[in-house]
Design a protein around this ligand. Sequence first.
Ligand SMILES: [Fe+2]
Length: 250
Amino acid sequence: MLFKQLLEADSCTYTYLIGCEKTRQAILIDPVLDTAERDLQVLEDLGLTLMATLETHVHADHLTGAWRLKQRTECQIAYPKMLDLPCADIGVREGEPLRVGSVTLYPLFTPGHTDHHHAYLIDTQVQKLLFTGDALLIEACGRTDFQSGSAADLYDSIYSKLFSLPGETLVYPGHDYEQRFVSSIAQEKARNPRLGCGRSKEDFVALMDGLDLPYPRKIDFAVPGNEDCGQCPANVPEQFRGPCLASDQG
Ligand SMILES: [Fe+2]
C-alpha cells in the first residue's frame, strides 16, 4: 500500500492519499479545493491514477477538492450514501467495503460531529490505519454544536466504533491545529482530555455544550458548496475566491 499524509494549512485539514502499488490506483480522503493542484502533482510524481475522492462528511471549514479533481482526472466522487447527493458518483456506507486495487477501506458510520459522518478503516496484515475525519482528533474531537451535530451521538460513535478497535490502531485525524500528525486508539483512550480515561457520556455532553466556540468563518459557503461536491457557490466572499477562480479556469 502507498500512503501519504498531506496538509492544507489554512484550515489545518489533512488529506490522505492511499494507493495500490500493483495497480497504481489511488484514492484521496478529504481533498481540499485550495490544494487540488498540489494533490494532482503528488499523484503524477508517484505515477498514480486517481480513482475516486472520498469524503468523511460535508465539511464546514473548507471546500472539498472533489469536483475540481473530477474535472481534471475523471475520477469518481464518493460521499456517505445517506446524503444522497446528486453530484456524487459513489455512495459509501458501513458494511460495504471500498476497494482501491489491493487496498480495502471499511466505512464506519460515526455520527455526532454531523449526522452522516463516516470514518474509514484500513486493516492490513501489518497494521491498522483509521481515518477518523472530524469524529476523533488528537487529544480532541470535532465540534457538535452545528450542522446536525450531537455530543451524545459522538460519544456513542467513538466508544462503540473507534475505542473498540485494537489499541495499536493508528489514528489519522481530519485536522490538527498543533502540528501533530498521528495518534493511536490506545493513546487517545489514555490521553484524550475530552473522551479518554473512561469519561462518562454525561460529562462529555456537558463539556461539549459548554465550549462556546466561534462561528466558523467559511461555513456559509462551505456547506452548500460541499453539498455540491465542491463547486463554488455564488456567496464565496472575495478573500476566499482564489481557489474558485483557478477552478473555473481549470
Ligand atoms: Fe467537519
